[in-house]
Ligand binder design. Structure first.
Ligand SMILES: [Zn+2]
Length: 410
């Protein structure tokens, strides 16, 4: 295949034979020698506000709720300057890896309102056209019990052009869920849920979200992340739940880094010595895709108490998923999970399909097939944005040493 680029867009997509038969032209030609060409990446589930808290002195935890508590305890030490440093570091990394759009959650700390929300708003303006930011509020669903707080969150999100997000956890007050849909419909907002980030079938709540999204005809505007519990359900129960999700039209996001790290991680009062996990927090992606449910992979946490690793690199995420979920042909058959599917879930203006007229926003990897790409996902990658290679200073992720002294500077 050959692409002709002009004015920052794909002007023509040609089969190789047709390209070779064209008369010689004065235009520069780059021979990619069989390299893999992908649409620039979309990362629909990232926590920029928490990113690199390890560099700020917080330790990784092995349990979701302990990590949540550690981060909440840390809110008081967050400043606009420190948040900006951590978030810009992440955005520069994502941009270097070839990401063109990402969705960041923003913890909604009640009652003072999120400082991080304002910082993210500023960064969205500054980074527009490089990494287009969607910003999603993230509050526990229990906050819907206070009509004033809930209305304030929804109004702020609507004013800031964001997405209304809620955290649904085991034992959550699910009778409040209809209020999330009420607010979304009143303000014409998309909805996003962190749901079922656990492996305890009796505590599954994804079905309630799916059924309500279906009832309210809001499925195409609803995304659910995690849903790890699907991995723990008996086959018949899993099938029934996936059928409800498919009927609703909502999309799912799988977060392999954090959920392979956090789930069945041997934490808790009865646990002592380290042990090897046997139950994995992996969304059953084959079964999800088989039902036509929109599915994207995403980064989730990076270098914070939830996960001491990650670098906001969708191609590395897909390479991990290829192993963890046993994906055959991850590049040929699953690359859309880090490109087009995320674009669909975020309602972006470009769907990520490489066609004539599309932006020339490309990631080019020297690997010629799935085996070569996932074996060396980070080696030799080049990123083209609006038809131009990234400048050398932008083409490498920043050095971790830039984060030294984070807390002292804050
Ligand atoms: Zn998350």
């Amino acid at each position: 295949m050959a692409l002709r680029l002009a004015h920052g867009k794909i002007a023509q997509v040609l089969p190789q034979a047709a390209f070779e038969s064209l008369p010689a032209s004065a235009l520069p030609v780059t021979d990619l020698d069989g390299s893999t060409v992908l649409s620039a990446f979309v990362d629909p589930h990232v926590h920029l506000d928490k990113g690199d808290l390890c560099a700020a002195g917080l330790a990784p935890e092995r349990d979701l709720f302990t990590a949540i508590t550690r981060v909440r305890d840390d809110y008081a030490r967050w400043s606009a300057e420190e948040l900006t440093r951590r978030m810009e570091f992440a955005l520069r990394s994502a941009y270097a890896h070839g990401t063109r759009a990402l969705n960041s959650y923003c913890d909604w700390s009640v009652p003072q309102g999120p400082l991080a929300w304002r910082v993210l708003q500023d960064l969205r303006t500054q980074w527009a056209g490089r990494v287009d930011l969607t910003i999603t509020s993230l509050a526990p669903i229990a906050e819907l019990d206070d009509a004033t707080i809930a209305a304030t969150i929804a109004a702020t999100v609507a004013e800031g052009g964001g997405v209304l997000g809620w955290f649904i956890y085991p034992g959550a007050p699910m009778h409040l869920l209809p209020r999330a849909f009420d607010l979304a419909q009143r303000h014409d907002l998309r909805l996003d849920f962190h749901v079922d980030e656990h492996l305890d079938p009796p505590q599954a709540n994804l079905g309630a979200v799916a059924r309500l999204a279906h009832e309210r005809d809001w499925g195409a505007r609803t995304v659910c992340g995690h849903a790890c519990v699907l991995a723990a359900l008996e086959p018949a129960a899993r099938e029934a739940l996936l059928n409800d999700v498919a009927a609703s039209g909502l999309g799912l996001v799988s977060l392999p880094w954090t959920n392979l790290y956090l789930q069945d991680n041997g934490s808790g009062p009865t646990e002592g010595r380290r042990r090897t996990p046997s139950r994995r927090g992996l969304l059953p992606v084959h079964e999800v895709r088989a039902r036509g449910i929109p599915l994207a992979f995403a980064s989730d946490n990076h270098r914070d108490p939830f996960f001491p690793g990650g670098d906001l690199d969708p191609l590395q995420t897909l390479s991990l998923a290829a192993l963890a979920a046993q994906l055959d042909e991850p590049i040929r058959d699953w690359a859309d999970t880090i490109t087009c599917q995320g674009a669909r879930l975020l309602h972006l203006s470009w769907d990520g399909v490489l066609r004539e007229g599309a932006p020339a926003d490309l990631v080019i990897h020297p690997g010629r097939d799935s085996v070569e790409v996932v074996s060396r996902p980070t080696r030799g990658r080049r990123v083209l944005r609006s038809g131009q290679w990234l400048a050398p200073a932008d083409a490498l992720p920043p050095d971790f040493r830039e984060l030294d002294g984070l807390r002292r500077a804050a």
